[in-house]
Design a protein around this ligand. Structure first.
Ligand SMILES: [Zn+2]
Length: 389
């Protein structure tokens, strides 16, 4: 073998390792060496191979950290799931109540995600604590084209109401239709959305029975954006991606919200997760001003609150009768304490569950903090006097 061939083979071996021809690699290295950001030259180094999902920076910042053990006011959590919270037995319910006592939650609204026999089973399961849990139910929307669909819904609504259901939800429509998923969705034109006339009589009856409805409409706007280097949320959230999928746009879905609110002014609709518009509280405020039957809950949007503490504090203060506290994040004690720290303290640069840090709102007792008190205004929760405790 000639010396030249050896050199060529060695060069090929190096290139096989990086997948790029040698000259291209040289050019890239040169470009990288020349990159300057804000006056600082960016050089290649050991961090270049770190995956985004693995990036866990440790902070050197030294600022006060408040360790709360209980909420300052008795709290109503309007958004908890029995299934997500792993509640299957009486022991699970007892353990949950113990945690609620420790952290200061007076009452949890439980989304049973059930109707029929499963709802009845959960009524029994939570039966020992009528003052600590309020059970809501979810209707069966699996076959909206069946004859008698609406009549069936109304019949079950009356039945579960008598059994103790005091609200409806969480009703989810991320674009696949009410309570549908990518797997179960009907063709676009035939999907059941919340403003569909087939649900008119149902929503009206909810108003008669004074049953609020919790709706998860659309999803965080970033779900509609490409899952690439410009994606706003970390890879932990990519399971929720809707980009390129056979669903209406984020804007189209939110437009359905207005039709629903206008069609049923007597029915109280709580759009969870800041109605998936916690990124734009000004737009949300306009809608709250226009529709007095609209409410929102703040559940699972700690990361929206924590990145805009001043804007959020002003929003919560102004709309404290329309915004409700909810968790939707399990029932771990530290989870609750994390919420209190976010809302009650002025702690800075707190580690959250997304790439950006949170800043505490430092809410006062008299105003914004009522959001985590009894702002479940008009809900049939029966907490008279609890706030003066
Ligand atoms: Zn939920």
């Amino acid at each position: 073998m000639t010396k030249t061939l050896w050199i060529i083979m060695a060069a090929l071996a190096v290139c096989a390792g990086c997948g790029q021809p040698a000259p291209q690699k040289d050019a890239q290295a040169k470009r990288e060496a020349e990159t300057v950001k804000f006056g600082v030259p960016v050089k290649a180094g050991p961090m270049d191979g770190i995956l985004l999902k693995d990036y866990q920076p440790s902070s050197s910042l030294v600022v006060p950290a408040t360790h709360l053990t209980k909420a300052r006011m008795p709290v109503i959590d309007v958004h908890a799931h029995s299934s997500m919270n792993g509640v299957r037995t009486r022991d699970d319910v007892d353990a949950w109540v113990k945690t609620m006592d420790e952290v200061g939650v007076e009452l949890s609204v439980v989304f049973t995600n059930a109707c029929g026999a499963e709802f009845d089973r959960q009524v029994e399961l939570f039966g020992a604590y009528p003052k600590r849990f309020q059970l809501w139910y979810t209707f069966d929307a699996s076959n909206p084209e069946a004859p008698g669909f609406t009549a069936g819904l109304l019949e079950e609504l009356e039945r579960v109401y008598k059994k103790g259901a005091r609200g409806v939800g969480e009703v989810t429509d991320k674009g696949w239709g009410v309570e549908a998923s990518e797997k179960t969705a009907l063709p676009r034109a035939r999907r059941l959305h919340s403003e569909d006339p087939r649900l008119d009589a149902y929503w009206e009856r909810c108003a008669d029975l004074d049953m609020p409805v919790n709706i998860h409409l659309a999803d965080h706007p970033s779900a509609w954006k490409p899952q690439d280097a410009t994606q706003e949320r970390t890879p932990d959230f990519q399971a929720f991606a809707l980009y390129g999928k056979d669903v209406p746009s984020y804007e189209e879905l939110l437009a359905g919200r207005e039709k629903l609110l206008a069609r049923h002014p007597r029915t109280r609709f709580i759009f969870c997760h800041f109605s998936n518009q916690g990124n734009d509280t000004a737009a949300l405020a306009k809608l709250l001003d226009r529709y007095p039957n609209m409410y929102v809950d703040i559940s699972a949007r700690d990361y929206e609150i924590g990145r805009q503490p001043r804007t959020m504090k002003a929003f919560l203060e102004k709309y404290k009768d329309r915004v409700m506290f909810g968790t939707d994040m399990g029932r771990d004690k530290q989870m609750y304490l994390g919420w209190w720290r976010l809302l009650e303290t002025g702690d800075e640069y707190m580690k959250g569950r997304i790439w950006w840090p949170y800043y505490g709102l430092h809410c006062s007792e008299g105003a914004e903090l009522q959001v985590i008190g009894a702002v479940a205004a008009g809900l049939q929760i029966g907490l008279s006097g609890s706030r003066s405790r």
